[in-house]
Design a protein around this ligand. Structure first.
Ligand SMILES: Cc1cc2nc3c(=O)[nH]c(=O)nc-3n(C[C@H](O)[C@H](O)[C@H](O)COP(=O)(O)OP(=O)(O)OC[C@H]3O[C@@H](n4cnc5c(N)ncnc54)[C@H](O)[C@@H]3O)c2cc1C
Length: 506
């Protein structure tokens, strides 16, 4: 088994930056209640089957895989039991955490398990470029009449600057989200939509791509842009204030106030910023929690704010919304199988249907755990039953063709184009969308896609160039889905549409 990852550090990922925690089953809680909360957050577009699967299987897997096998030590209450947290739109305390660095603890524990597996080869600094699929990469012309199937990937070795073929009986995409196609984002540098674009080029079905969740509260301090101030801060009593100290969430969401679902909070902040010309709003925790409790519950958020010049334990901190989570992705079934044979997608790159039009906080880590385990189970069963073919012979797959790739990749050009994509997405395919803005974004992104494709066909590969090509394709997928869906729902909000029935209004 080969595990490829583009960064030198295999733990570098969105998983590592998850703060709030992972949903499980708290005291007095039950699966029905979690299903109801997921469906309510998903604004009528979440798959009830997916929600049930997560709510029923998830808590057992947290215990079996994360606690017993990987040894993750979730925080405990002073009396010794697990410390259950809450976040926006959860009706029970059911979130497990490790301080405010839950993702770091989970990523480190799982990676230690991977390293201890003798049958797993971990290859770092290997950026997957494209999936190897039939009929696209098959020399046999009759392959055109068979269903599309995946047989591995071409990957760029960043150290040697060469391309290797990795042939596989089954391929699992776990490349994460696409926050980096937006100007403001909480996401890690690798979240450029690589897996989404690769699967799209291979012909896989994509779903719910218009639903990009924006986190309401990223730090708005120079040098610390995009640093996430967890929703758990509002869960513990934090309140949003205008820069002159006026609490405003009650006006926008009287029922939930500061604990409203994140799309509502994020749009309320944008509305406040647009109406009053604010560059940011403030988040105040110091008025509702003691300095000692803040430092104990949110040590890394406290430290990061302090480095940026703000003492969270004594004063409000400046925040803005930022692109945070991709609810759509490569459509998969309950085993993580995509519409392409032998291709699975797990985690944020996938669309299991769980999140619908909006994600309930802290459900994505658990989604990765549940569907990851299910995909592994499905593959194991398939191998045992002899239902999965061996990888194709190397002679059947062409080597990577580098003919004509003569130009050196120009980092300035790559960065410039990336910034153009990020601005287009932020301005026209962001929190509030309009038909004119979406059309404009699509026109410009199509032009850019052609330019980048021409440049890509003549330039030696680099990780940045691969990411740029994927980012523009991912951006177009999102923009086109947003233009196609004329109904505001969940985190897809159009100025020209009425809100979908049953969805919340702000
Ligand atoms: C700041 C922040 C806080 C969050 N907090 C929470 C939380 O509290 N609870 C929760 O449930 N969720 C949270 N989320 C969401 C959650 O962390 C992610 O949805 C989840 O971790 C995604 O996991 P993943 O394995 O799909 O992707 P990732 O963890 O992002 O991993 C993807 C990996 O693929 C690599 N990769 C990408 N492209 C390529 C390529 N072409 N070739 C090779 N490798 C590639 C990346 O470098 C990365 O290592 C948070 C997200 C962020 C950004």
């Amino acid at each position: 088994m080969v595990l490829l990852t583009r960064d030198p550090d295999p733990e570098e990922s969105n998983t590592r930056y998850a703060q709030g925690g992972i949903v499980s089953r708290g005291p007095d809680d039950n699966a029905e209640s979690l299903v109801a909360d997921i469906l309510a957050a998903g604004a009528g577009a979440s798959s009830p089957q997916a929600a049930r699967l997560l709510a029923e299987e998830g808590p057992r897997l947290v215990e079996e895989v994360l606690v017993r096998v990987a040894g993750v030590e979730f925080d405990r209450a002073p009396e010794g039991g697990l410390a259950w947290g809450t976040e926006a739109a959860h009706s029970h305390r059911r979130i497990l955490h490790v301080g405010d660095t839950t993702g770091r603890a989970i990523a480190a524990a799982l990676m230690a398990q991977v390293r201890a597996c003798p049958n797993v080869r971990l290859v770092t600094q290997a950026t997957a470029i494209d999936l190897i699929t039939f009929p696209h990469h098959n020399r046999d012309p009759l392959a055109a009449y068979r269903p599309i199937s995946c047989h591995g990937a071409y990957a760029f070795d960043r150290r040697e600057r060469t391309v290797h073929r990795y042939l596989a009986a089954a391929t699992i995409l776990a490349t994460g989200g696409l926050g980096r196609i937006y100007r403001n984002t909480t996401n890690a540098p690798g979240a450029r939509g690589d897996g989404l674009a690769m699967a799209h080029r291979a012909g896989a079905r994509i779903g719910n791509a218009e639903y990009v969740q924006f986190h309401p509260t990223a730090l708005a301090a120079p040098g610390a842009e995009g640093f996430l101030i967890s929703e758990a801060v509002r869960g513990e009593g934090g309140r949003l204030l205008s820069p002159d100290g006026r609490p405003f969430m009650e006006e926008h969401a009287p029922e939930w106030k500061d604990l409203a679902p994140r799309d509502i909070v994020a749009r309320a902040i944008v509305l406040e910023m647009e109406t009053h010309g604010y560059s940011h709003v403030m988040l105040d925790l110091a008025s509702s929690m003691s300095p000692e409790a803040i430092r104990a519950r949110f040590p890394s958020i406290y430290q990061r704010c302090l480095q940026a010049g703000f003492d969270l334990s004594h004063e409000p901190v400046p925040v803005v919304p930022a692109a945070h989570y991709f609810c759509g992705g490569v459509l998969v079934d309950e085993w993580g199988r995509s519409s392409v044979q032998n291709l699975y997608a797990i985690g944020e790159v996938s669309c299991t249907g769980l999140h619908g039009a909006n994600r309930l906080a802290s459900t994505s880590l658990l989604e990765g755990l549940v569907w990851g385990t299910r995909a592994a189970q499905h593959l194991e069963d398939g191998f045992l039953r002899g239902e999965i073919d061996r990888p194709p012979p190397a002679e059947a797959i062409p080597r990577w063709d580098e003919t004509g790739l003569v130009a050196e990749p120009d980092p300035t050009l790559i960065q410039g184009d990336m910034q153009t994509i990020q601005s287009l997405m932020w301005n026209y395919v962001g929190l509030v969308r309009s038909p004119e803005g979406l059309s404009r974004a699509i026109r410009e992104l199509r032009h850019l896609l052609n330019e980048i494709e021409t440049f890509y066909r003549a330039t030696k590969l680099s990780d940045g160039l691969i990411g740029l090509r994927n980012a523009v394709e991912a951006a177009l997928i999102v923009a086109e889905a947003a233009r196609h869906n004329r109904q505001s729902r969940g985190c897809h909000y159009r100025r020209d549409a009425t809100q979908a029935e049953g969805d919340r209004l702000i």
